[in-house]
Design a protein. Structure first.
Length: 324
């Protein structure tokens, strides 16, 4: 399970928590403009926008989890098990596999408007990458400086929803998630006068009681509601360091600690990494479960006209610095 968010101060930011019970040896990967993306159903992408993001590189192919292109369009795929449905080849459509969707959209579209137009011509194909990487049941969030959308391929077709809150988790489908916010309209970050009943003496015995009822469990619906509340009430500065730090603090409000969510006996889901992308600057920031230090890779410090991937292994070892 995972959580993705948008955030903006002076610049625009996009990123996610990856919550799984195992790692696929993911790396921060830069795909330059002249790397050839082999496509299964449509023409190969021989020339495209440069991309930076988190990916598992298999056979020199970057299987992106989340990424941003050089124009500032960002995208992430999150688990959508039980609802995601992919199709046999559809006549009259561009048949794109689920693992190709991020590189195809980010490689060919410079903004959200172009992505929406492209999505209207796409059907998600049910072909797996390989026997070692079976079909991933996903839905996607796409964002630029103008806003965000959610893309869900279900049995009744491909749905594209505007996402005014800029947050996405997993099940149920996005319209149900968005409607669920209505159940929490009374939450507040501020002091509240009680309206329990006239003549009833009640004491606000603790700070933060305006947030009573905010869900705290690890389910996707609860994480969605908690993250939206945290994002819209967070207060931060607009410089780069403060913005990245505040972005990650919002994600940390829904991170998963190893041991709290058992997937199979002895296997626990946890937040493997948290990412933050500056969409204007093309900088990819991340922390890992093992290492809370913020690491950064700037795509513009690589050769974006190359044809070869640039791969940066994650820094997972934490060092504690003694100040005395």
């Amino acid at each position: 399970m995972c959580t993705a968010i948008t955030y903006h101060t002076a610049d625009h930011y996009f990123g996610r928590n990856l919550d799984l019970d195992f790692s696929y040896n993911e790396t921060v990967t830069v795909t330059p403009r002249n790397y050839v993306f082999p496509m299964r159903k449509v023409d190969d992408l021989a020339s495209h926008y440069a991309i930076i993001g988190m990916a598992t590189v298999a056979g020199n192919y970057p299987l992106y989890y989340d990424a941003v292109n050089e124009k500032g369009l960002a995208m992430a795929g999150l688990n959508f098990e039980g609802n995601a449905y992919y199709f046999d080849d559809q006549e009259g459509k561009k048949n794109i596999t689920s693992f190709e969707l991020i590189p195809y959209i980010l490689g060919t579209c410079q903004d959200l408007a172009e992505a929406k137009k492209e999505l209207s011509e796409i059907s998600i194909s049910n072909e797996a990458f390989s026997k070692d990487f079976p079909l991933s049941t996903l839905h996607w969030m796409i964002a630029d400086k103008t806003g965000a959308i959610v893309v869900e391929s279900m049995k009744d077709g491909l749905h594209v929803y505007d996402n005014p809150v800029g947050v996405m988790t997993n099940n149920p489908p996005f319209p149900i998630m968005k409607f669920a916010l209505n159940d929490y309209f009374a939450l507040s970050a501020h002091h509240k006068e009680h309206t329990f009943g006239p003549g009833v003496e009640l004491d606000e015995y603790s700070r933060g009681m305006g947030g009573l009822g905010l869900p705290g469990d690890l389910s996707s619906k609860s994480r969605f509601i908690r993250c939206v509340f945290t994002k819209f009430n967070s207060q931060g500065e607009s410089d780069e360091v403060s913005s990245v730090n505040q972005f990650l603090k919002i994600l940390y409000s829904v991170e998963q600690v190893k041991g709290l969510c058992e997937v199979t006996p002895g296997k626990y889901e946890y937040t493997i990494y948290s990412s933050c992308m500056n969409q204007e600057k093309g900088i990819y920031y991340y922390t890992t479960y093992e290492n809370s230090d913020i690491h950064a890779i700037d795509m513009h410090k690589t050769d974006l006209d190359s044809s070869e991937l640039s791969v940066y292994p994650l820094q997972r070892q934490l060092q504690i610095h003694l100040d005395n």
